[in-house]
Design a protein around this ligand. Sequence first.
Ligand SMILES: NC(=O)c1ccc[n+]([C@@H]2O[C@H](COP(=O)([O-])OP(=O)(O)OC[C@H]3O[C@@H](n4cnc5c(N)ncnc54)[C@H](OP(=O)(O)O)[C@@H]3O)[C@@H](O)[C@H]2O)c1
Length: 278
Amino acid sequence: MNGITDIKGSFTLHNGVEMPYLGLGVYLSEDGQEVVNAVKWALEHGYRHIDTASIYKNEVGVGQGIKESNVSRQEIFLVSKVWNSDQGYEATIKAFNDSLDRLELDYLDLYLIHWPVNGMYKETWKALEYLYEQKLVRAIGVSNFMKHHLEDLLEDSTIVPMVNQMEFHPYLVQQDLVDFCKEKKIQYEAWSPMMQGKIFKLQEFKELAEKYNKSIAQIVLRWDLQKGVITIPKSSKKERIISNADIFNFQLNSEDMDKLSSLDRSKRFGPDPDNFDF
Ligand SMILES: NC(=O)c1ccc[n+]([C@@H]2O[C@H](COP(=O)([O-])OP(=O)(O)OC[C@H]3O[C@@H](n4cnc5c(N)ncnc54)[C@H](OP(=O)(O)O)[C@@H]3O)[C@@H](O)[C@H]2O)c1
């Protein structure tokens, strides 16, 4: 089954670090008991990757959930991101240390530039390179970087980003960007894989869910993994966290893979990386 048969399985980043291909997203999971529970349930049920960000304002709860779980820190792949107002060399280093303080941890597995803030992201990247060289983070990457942002960054960088986390679902494939990242060995990762919940109304998914006897969420998350894309579905509900991870015992055939990819209509549900004002 494409080798993708294990919830703890991973794709290998270009520096050799293993990144579990399924993670728990925690955007809009409230700090405190809600996010603590989500993280604990996910870890209890086999997830080994958590995706947070300083702007989600729940790093304290994420750190607490990790501590209260019975999974050791080394087994967990933890991601956070530098927010736009913290970009620039010194500010990024401070933001990184503030994230570690909130998490009450001493390293991250992956640190991302959250958005490509014009005129800032190159200095921010230099800070990420420094943090990586200091071994405070095992991998560094970007998010919401279009091809031209990546080309611009690569002109002045020493380290090629290991990951690009992008809005990605069957209505927004951006195959050119996926291919460009592959060529540069930048691992592609999907945010809003379930279109922030809007996917559940789509007829094509209802049909495939019936055909495979799986949920719509399981169909789209499996499509991500078979496309070679890391995925981080968000839920704060125990049953959904568990069922969203039940995607390692079936395989979409190539016809159905293509069918889903052909739904692409360059449709965003989130902000446009070329035109955002925050
Ligand atoms: N880098 C970026 O700029 C960026 C931007 C957005 C998101 N992200 C990351 O990507 C993660 C995922 O994206 P997202 O949170 O925007 O959207 P998503 O994962 O596509 O969708 C989450 C929504 O779907 C619901 N849901 C989850 N599983 C379900 C199921 N099995 N059946 C029905 N509904 C279900 C959730 O509600 P309940 O919680 O009530 O279950 C929530 O409302 C985020 O949490 C965050 O970590 C990154």
